[in-house]
Design a protein around this ligand. Sequence first.
Ligand code: SAM
Length: 249
Amino acid sequence: MNFDVITIFPDFFAGPLSHGMVFQAQKRGLIDVRIHDLRDFTTDRHRTVDDRPFGGGAGMVLKPEPLFRAIRKIQAEKMASARKVILLTPQGKRFQQRIAFQFSSLDQAVLICGRYEGVDERVTECLVDEELSIGDYVLSGGELAACVFVDAVTRLLPGVLNNSSSAVNESFATLEGSLSSAEGSLLDYPHYTRPEEFEGQRVPEVLLCGSHKRVELWRRKKALEKTLKNRPDLLQYTALSEEDKQLLG
Ligand code: SAM
């Protein structure tokens, strides 16, 4: 999958792209991330990307011309059968695991990082396929949101995670182990590692008993309890099985 990120701070991405799973996925050729400096698409001496808002008010707005040029160049460079142009914005649809899963079937995601008050609305109207927000708070720029998008989508691509850390065993997979549904997902169960005892706290005995069946039941119970405690909204549309109801007590 190809990610094309348009930003006024291209150096921002050096760290996030050169560590861990996203780095490995690039090295293995599973993803290609290209960072485009919006200032390279300006035509004036000062490489101006922003201007004052019509109608007055605080802050600056990213001008349409450099963004139109950047997006059109990226679109012209590559034949992509499944491409989306995505604007990161707090006004967007909330980015969630199931949406990350849907985007993982794309060939190319073009990510626009806003700054200041945001981007000229004509960019959104004419060129943007999806507006995405990573949460109900306001960041100072879309770069962090773009990193979140690249990371969350990359780990769902075939071959990126090994089987033992498969995404269907993680938070937000559905009760049936699917990633595509909006409803009925659980949070992950608690994890423990060595030492068996730390500052008087012992690892739950069931995890040491060697019975795969008992471990699975315990994990299911803990995932249900954690979801009910921290994110009851995830369960509200879900018909729990009789076994799940018994596990919750
Ligand atoms: N005036 C905008 C508003 O109130 O909706 C906020 C602009 S914000 C200061 C600057 C840029 O940060 C946005 O254009 C967007 O690209 C990015 N941004 C801020 N919060 C975000 C969020 N929750 N999700 C995705 N992008 C965000």
